[in-house]
Every structure is written in structure tokens, then in C-alpha cells.
Design a protein around this ligand. Structure first.
Ligand code: ADP
Length: 486
């Protein structure tokens, strides 16, 4: 069987594909292995899906290679773009179902806009003519890299699926995507639309499986030309090692963060609280760019902490299918335990629990929105990525001091500054070492705007025009027009 009937509260029964999507077909894994997907709100099993091992990775990579060499390289950019737009339209048509599947394990986002956007780029990839000498005609081509392995995380399964497919396919590559073991379902439902969108077999392959097995096989594969990874910094290092130890495949990484969210005395305090709240508690803190280090200038510190506490308490925690819900469950028991571990560490280290700090309810992986104050720079909860609904607040005095403190992290993914002074905003934005800086806002990602990390938060950029360069390589062609030189 490569599909099963699954129920969601908002759509009723639907057919959930459970196979590996290779060559435009859902197939069982070679060893017939499967693994379960758990609903984190109820802790019940939703269904089981096929598990890819090294053998399945080999089959998927061979399918991708064949498609690349024999079919996809010969396709016109215009047609590549059309297929991406077709897929975007099919995803939009099935948006309610996809959102429901997504909500069964994580959040409620869809990714179709990114595919339309990258569909538009497909026929706008251009090279240059370089005038070196009257006797020589030289031009460059931005060529695809080839077979791309893409490993995605569980926090935004469908969004990450689309972020990865869009730029890779637009630029003429073929892909093997490994979804995260906690959240394979929405990616498989979306996979069922690929054939109808017109893609030839083998161009987009989607496999489910575990990181240490399927993920490791993909990142060390000798016939994978590039690996793109989104996930933890720990695993990012392993991916780079696997690339280095195999065929030196190209690597792009979008990793963790511990992003500073800085509030100056002159900020519009209610606005700032809304964004700080959204910055940390959106998607239950399961965002690589979560604003988990909150720094508030001393003049408004006490007032801010009191009002932020009230705001966090008003966030409704509960059933992800309830329209009133702001915060659902953490994705898994493992994540729940990790986050609760950080909370008890914070308590032990002497930080003050302003609100939260406990499990919410007694079923499902729910955690109360948690704010710690009196946090010092050396505490674990101020330095390490928690990936949950937990933030640390500290007080600062001067702009100079907060730029240094804001940069006091091995990460550099995002930051925000809240102030009504334009000069302060721009000075801080220019001096913070992070790939994205928001002013008087937070988490405002847009598919046209590059996103990625400084320092240990990553290599390369996703989204926008910048993402295209992760998936092309420059070839220079020189044509001698004159007589032989030698
Ligand atoms: P988390 O720890 O939050 O689950 P990970 O970085 O472990 O995040 O997971 C992100 C993705 O990386 C998932 O698809 C996972 O299966 C994959 N992954 C985990 N370990 C490895 C590994 N050693 N090699 C390749 N991929 C891996």
C-alpha cells in the first residue's frame, strides 16, 4: 500500500500518500520499512509512511540523474517556469487540505507564492559577455549544478519544501528532498501534485526517512552534486563533513539562531510588545529566527516586563484546529523534553520566571509561554537555541553596549530593533552581525527578500534573487576569433 485514509477535523477523510515519491510514482521502500507520524496535540499515531534507507536514496538519486541528463537539461527555461507555476496553482487549489495536514503536526502556512515567484525567474537566468580583447569573444553561462539533495526540517514542512524546490527547479536542477521524520505528511500530499503539474519523472523526488540514515546517505552520496540543508547547527556541521568526505558537493546551510530583539526607551511600547510576543511565540518558538534574547533599555524595563507578561498570558494555547488558538503543541516528545530541560536549567541558574515555566495541560506536547527575566549573558538560556516558547529578558543602558551584547553570540541569523529614532534604528541595523534585521517588527519574511545567516547560522541565502546563485555555477566560454597565438 502506498496510501491510506486519514481524518482531519477540518477536512474529514482524505487519501494520504505514504510511499516514497520517486520517478513520479509513490513506491514502497526497498526493505518495506515504515515509521509512524504522531499527532503532537493528542500523542496518537496518525499513520505510517515508508522509510527510505541508503538503497532507496540510491534509487532516487539515480532517477534524478537520469532525468537531469536525458530530459531536464534539454527543457526550455520557459517550460520549467510554467511547470512551477502549474504546481503553485495546484497547491493553491488544494490549500485547505494541505493546511489541515500541516496543522495535524505543525503550523498553518502554505508555500505556493514562492513557487509562482521562482516560476517567474526560470527564464530570466542570464550570463554576461565580457570584452577582454578584440580577438576573443567571451561569455558566461549560469548553469545548473545538477542533482541536488535537499534536507528539510519539521518546523514549517511545506514552506521549507517550497523554499527548496523553487530556486533549484527554476535554475534547471533536479532534486531529491528528504522531509523531516516528524512531519512527512504534507510534503507527500504536495508530491501527489507534481505529475499533474507536468514535471517529467525523476525531476522532483520526495523521500521520507531519518536523518542518520537517509539524510546521511544523501549528504555523503557520490552522485549528488549539491546539498542544501535547513536544520540545527549540530547537523549542519555533519552535512559539511559528509560533503567534504565524499565528492566535495556544494553546500548551503540555513541553521540555528539566538536572535536579539532590542527595545529602546523611545519605542512605541505596545507595538514593541506585540512584535516581541510574535517574535518568540509564533509557531510555538519553533523558528530558527525566533527573537529569543529580548533586551530592553532601563527606562522602560519594568513597565515592559509587566505588560509583556500580560500579553503572553493572553496567548491562547491549545488545539491547533481551533481558530482562537495562538500556540499549539511542540512537535515531539523529544523537543518537549529538550525545552523543559532548558526551562529547569534557567530556574537552576537563578533567572526569574516572569510567567510560564511549566507544561500546559496533561496531554499533548504543550508548554506554557515562558518568560525569564534577570538573565545574564553567561546563562545557557541566553546563549543556546531552545526552539520553544521560551525567551530571556535582560536590561541594557546604552546603544554601544547593546550592539556589543547583541553580537555576543556564535549565531547571526536575525535581529530586531524597536525605536522611534531613525538614526538609532539604522545605526543598530548596520552594526548587528545578522542576515536579517527587522525595525519595529519581527518575523516578516517575504519570498522576494533574501534570508540566511551570518556566522554559525549558515552559508548561502534562501528566497529572493539571492537564492538562485545557490543553484547555479558560472561557466566561462572564450572563443578565439583571430589567428593562432602559439
Ligand atoms: P532537530 O534536531 O530540530 O530535529 P535536525 O537538524 O536534527 O533538527 O533535523 C533537520 C533535518 O536534518 C531532518 O530532516 C533530519 O532528518 C535531518 N538530519 C538529522 N541528522 C542528520 C544527519 N546526520 N545527516 C543528514 N541529515 C540529518
Amino acid at each position: 500500500m502506498t496510501s491510506t485514509q486519514v481524518h482531519t477535523p477540518s477536512t474529514g477523510k482524505y487519501t494520504q500518500p505514504t510511499g516514497l515519491f520517486i520517478n513520479n510514482e509513490f513506491v514502497k521502500s526497498v526493505d518495506g520499512k515504515t515509521f509512524e507520524t504522531i499527532n503532537p496535540a493528542t500523542e496518537e499515531v496518525i499513520c505510517s509512511v515508508s522509510e527510505a534507507t541508503e538503497k532507496d536514496v540510491d534509487i532516487a538519486v539515480a532517477a534524478a540523474r537520469k532525468a537531469y541528463e536525458h530530459v531536464w537539461r534539454k527543457e526550455t527555461p520557459e517550460n520549467r517556469g510554467k511547470m512551477l507555476v502549474n504546481l503553485a496553482n495546484l497547491i493553491e487549489k488544494n490549500a485547505d487540505l494541505l493546511a489541515a495536514v500541516e496543522r495535524s503536526t505543525t503550523e498553518r502556512l502554505s508555500g505556493w507564492q514562492r513557487l509562482t515567484y521562482y516560476g517567474g525567474w526560470a527564464d530570466k537566468i542570464e550570463g554576461k559577455v565580457i570584452d577582454t580583447n578584440p580577438d576573443t569573444f567571451t561569455y558566461t553561462r549560469q548553469e545548473p549544478i545538477g542533482v541536488c539533495g535537499q534536507i528539510i526540517p519539521w518546523n514549517f514542512p511545506l514552506l521549507m519544501w517550497a523554499w527548496k524546490i523553487g530556486p533549484a527547479i527554476a535554475t534547471g536542477n533536479v532534486v531529491v528532498i528528504k522531509t523531516a521524520e516528524q512531519t512527512p505528511l504534507s510534503g507527500l500530499v504536495a508530491a501527489s501534485l507534481i505529475k499533474e503539474a507536468g514535471f517529467p519523472p525523476g525531476v522532483i523526488n520526495i523521500i521520507s526517512g531519518f536523518g542518520k540514515i537517509a539524510g546521511a546517505a544523501l549528504s555523503s552520496h557520490m552522485d549528488v552534486d549539491k546539498i542544501a540543508f535547513t536544520g540545527s547547527t549540530v547537523v549542519g556541521r555533519q552535512i559539511m563533513k559528509a560533503a567534504a568526505g565524499s565528492n566535495l558537493k556544494k553546500v548551503t546551510l540555513e541553521l540555528g539562531g539566538k536572535s536579539p530583539n532590542i527595545v529602546f526607551d523611545d519605542a512605541d511600547i505596545e507595538n514593541a510588545i506585540s512584535w516581541v510576543n510574535f517574535g518568540i511565540f509564533f509557531n510555538h518558538g519553533q523558528c530558527c529566527c525566533a527573537g529569543s534574547r529580548v533586551y530592553v533599555q532601563s527606562g522602560i524595563y519594568d513597565k515592559f516586563v509587566e505588560r509583556f507578561k500580560a500579553r503572553a498570558l493572553a496567548n491562547k494555547v491549545g488545539d491547533p484546529f481551533d481558530a482562537e488558538t495562538f500556540q499549539g503543541p511542540q512537535v515531539s516528545q523529544l523537543q518537549f523534553d529538550r525545552i523543559m530541560g532548558y526551562i529547569s536549567e534557567g530556574k537552576k541558574e537563578g533567572a526569574t520566571v516572569v510567567t510560564g515555566g511549566e507544561r500546559h495541560g496533561d496531554k499533548g506536547f504543550f508548554i506554557q509561554p515562558t518568560i525569564f527575566s534577570n538573565v545574564t549573558e553567561d546563562m545557557k538560556i541566553m546563549q543556546e537555541e531552545i526552539f520553544g516558547p521560551v525567551c530571556s529578558i535582560a536590561k541594557f543602558e546604552t546603544e554601544e553596549e547593546i550592539i556589543a551584547t547583541g553580537n555576543n553570540s556564535t549565531y547571526g541569523l536575525a535581529a530586531a530593533v524597536h525605536t522611534t529614532n531613525l538614526n538609532t534604528a539604522l545605526r543598530v541595523a548596520n552594526n548587528i552581525r545578522a542576515g536579517t534585521v527587522w525595525v519595529n517588527s519581527y518575523n516578516l519574511l517575504h519570498h522576494q527578500v533574501p534570508f540566511g545567516g551570518f556566522k554559525e547560522s549558515g552559508i548561502g541565502r534562501e528566497l529572493g534573487e539571492a537564492a538562485l546563485s545557490n543553484y547555479t555555477q558560472c561557466k566561462s566560454v572564450s572563443i578565439r576569433l583571430g589567428d593562432a597565438l602559439f
